[in-house]
Write a protein of this length. Structure first.
Length: 221
């Protein structure tokens, strides 16, 4: 028996896909924003702290990077409220998880960026009398951020795709909207073809925008 494509029901419920796409972007933006803060703080502590601090940060990075994201989502959504006897909504839970997940990757990005800052720039900061804190804020961090823009771009696009995992705890993002349409219309091929196109076009648009930002601010351009 053949399968005839029919997108009529998909367009009828397209508002669920559109609102889901907007929420996916919001989740990715919020999570990478928090992840950048986590990554920056831990990277600075790593490069300037002692062995204990480095060991703890390395343990955090290895733990998060080697555990599947979907498992972390379940642990945070179901595990933490059970153990500590408090509750939060599914969207908050997912943002927390994705932020911690992003932070673990960005620690390594920022740590490598800080190590790659030319020593001559740091020496120049010392020569004009900048304190260690001033050298960090005005020399090392701005230079590091410009050097790590390509990695940040890749991380953001990856996080946007990772928001699809939120569907397992019923966060109404893009993939959850696709599942809802599938369950209610049984047009599995059509809905996932449309969703694939939405992810592809949106991800590519994000990448083009971030590449333009890289060309504007990258070192040596």
């Amino acid at each position: 028996m053949g399968y005839d494509l029919n997108f009529t029901l998909i367009w009828r419920h397209f508002d669920k896909l559109w609102s889901g796409l907007i929420l996916s972007l919001e989740l990715a933006i919020l999570s990478i924003g928090i992840g950048i803060v986590i990554g920056l703080i831990l990277a600075v502590i790593y490069v300037s702290g002692g062995r204990i601090a480095r060991a703890l940060i390395a343990a955090y990075v290895e733990l998060i990077r080697n555990v599947p994201l979907i498992l972390l989502v379940y642990l945070v959504f179901y595990g933490i409220p059970t153990v500590f006897d408090f509750a939060y909504d599914n969207t908050t839970s997912f943002v927390m998880t994705l932020s911690v997940y992003a932070g673990a990757y960005l620690v390594e990005v920022f740590r490598a960026g800080l190590d790659a800052v030319p020593k001559g720039l740091i020496d120049a900061g010392k020569a004009i009398g900048l304190t260690p804190w001033q050298r960090l804020v005005h020399v090392r961090l701005p230079t590091m951020l410009r050097m790590t823009l390509p990695a940040l771009s890749n991380t953001f696009v990856s996080l946007f795709k990772d928001t699809s995992v939120a569907s397992v705890i019923a966060v109404p993002e893009l993939t959850y909207g696709a599942q809802w349409i599938n369950f209610n219309t049984f047009r599995i091929m059509e809905v996932y073809l449309v969703v694939t196109g939405l992810y592809l076009v949106t991800g590519y648009a994000i990448l083009l925008g971030l590449r333009a930002l890289e060309r504007r601010y990258s070192i040596g351009r």
